[in-house]
Design a protein around this ligand. Structure first.
Ligand SMILES: C[S@@+](CC[C@H](N)C(=O)[O-])C[C@H]1O[C@@H](n2cnc3c(N)ncnc32)[C@H](O)[C@@H]1O
Length: 162
């Protein structure tokens, strides 16, 4: 598979999983948390999926498309390994959907970051809250869920807080 095909499939899987997760949390109250703004593509999609919800964004250095920069009161600026503990007071148990896409092309670094984030992200989810993640996550309070239809196992990851 060419790198272009691989990239397209990843984005299709990402969108399918976000759309699926939006349906899963339709009956849950709570905020949305984007972990890694990047150029703001998935943040923009989340805005479309959740027009009525507060969407918080963690990002260490904003370099997004100008139309996709979150309002300052919902931007949690800095390294999320340092900012998430403080965000707990505001968001602990209040997040219905979190999306982690903070990686680079370095799979080992992505897994290492995910391991550091697990204990910080899981407690932010409300009961039944969903985590959509590119790297796999392992946490006692998170149960893996089937992916959206048509998304091959392992291409993206979905979890629900028990
Ligand atoms: C792959 S991009 C996100 C792409 C985004 N989902 C999109 O669709 O445009 C990853 C982002 O995560 C951010 N990031 C990576 N590690 C981080 C950390 N420890 N704390 C905060 N932001 C981080 C990077 O700065 C980068 O902007």
């Amino acid at each position: 598979m060419s790198r272009l095909d691989s990239f397209i499939r990843r984005l299709e899987a990402q969108r399918a999983c976000l759309d699926h997760a939006a349906r899963l949390v339709a009956g849950l109250d709570g905020a949305v948390l984007e972990l890694g703004l990047g150029n703001g593509r998935t943040y923009d999609h989340l805005r479309e999926l959740f027009p009525g919800r507060d969407i918080y964004v963690c990002e260490k250095k904003v370099a997004a498309h100008p139309d996709c920069v979150p309002p300052p009161e919902r931007l949690i600026l800095g390294d999320m390994r340092e900012t998430l503990p403080a965000a707990h007071a505001r968001l602990g148990g209040r997040v219905a959907l979190a999306h982690l896409d903070a990686g680079t092309g370095d799979a080992a670094a992505n897994h290492a970051l995910a391991a550091e984030l697990m204990p910080l992200v899981a407690p932010l989810l409300c009961a039944g809250g969903i985590l959509v993640s590119d790297p796999p996550f392992g946490h006692d309070e998170l149960e893996p869920l089937p992916l959206a239809d048509g998304v091959p196992l392992g291409r993206y990851h979905l979890y629900r807080r028990v």
